[in-house]
Design a protein around this ligand. Structure first.
Ligand SMILES: Cc1cc2nc3c(=O)[nH]c(=O)nc-3n(C[C@H](O)[C@H](O)[C@H](O)COP(=O)(O)O)c2cc1C
Length: 199
């Protein structure tokens, strides 16, 4: 049964987008146009945000700037692990250069009343909205993190100097090929109705 054949639901296109999104990092050009990016970031800035801090920051890495990003990541990786070989470096470069566009999503942290975790969560919500908007516009993407995403020197090079922080890199482009469909969990397995304190 495909999602759109699911019983009991009459859905609009937005809900269809939510229910059919799937991650893909096998991406090629075209990337979203400037007009599409405007829509994508509009979706990102619809994320809930406690205290109207507007903590989200989106950094687009595309074209030749990807080479510069790779240099930053390679230097950071080598500093963390001096044993990295030339082959490791080449593989690391390929990982990012294979992506036609990357959007770094992070938080501009305001230290004060609103807990830091809420600002990070808001950036996470923005990342999710961005992923859904990418899919809704007919593109594809994948949210990744890993050691380089959490490396302070990589963060700083992208404009996220502590306490600001990145929450992820979103690969963006057009699907080169469909990945095998992943079995999705039964939502009921994650839901319970609370009727009183849990023993
Ligand atoms: C915060 C966060 C970080 C992630 N980091 C990685 C990552 O570094 N590498 C990776 O392969 N998948 C990572 N994922 C998972 C993928 O984004 C994706 O959700 C997963 O491949 C399942 O695909 P789906 O989105 O179609 O369910 C991360 C997901 C989240 C929410």
């Amino acid at each position: 049964m495909t999602v759109s054949e699911a019983p009991g639901a009459s859905r609009d296109a937005a809900l269809d987008t939510l229910l059919t999104r799937t991650s893909n990092n096998m991406l090629i050009e075209p990337v979203p146009s400037e007009q599409d990016l405007e829509v994508i970031f509009r979706a990102g800035t619809r994320a809930p945000d406690h205290g109207r801090l507007r903590p989200w920051r989106f950094v687009v890495i595309k074209g030749d700037a990807r080479q510069e990003f790779v240099k930053v990541v390679q230097a950071a990786a080598k500093a963390r692990n001096p044993a990295m070989t030339e082959k490791d470096m080449t593989m690391l470069a390929a990982k990012f250069l294979n992506q036609p566009m990357i959007i770094a999503v992070g938080t501009k942290m305001t230290i004060g009343k609103i807990p830091e975790i809420e600002q990070v969560l808001s950036a996470g919500a923005a990342a999710m909205n961005i992923l859904n908007a990418i899919h809704g516009l007919g593109y594809a993407g994948k949210w990744v993190t890993g050691d380089n995403c959490y490396d302070p020197t990589v963060n700083a090079a992208l404009g996220f100097k502590a306490p600001d922080k990145m929450v992820g890199l979103i690969y963006v482009g057009t699907e080169k090929m469909k990945l095998p469909a992943m079995e999705r969990p039964n939502p009921a397995d994650f839901v319970s109705e609370w009727t009183g304190p849990v023993a």
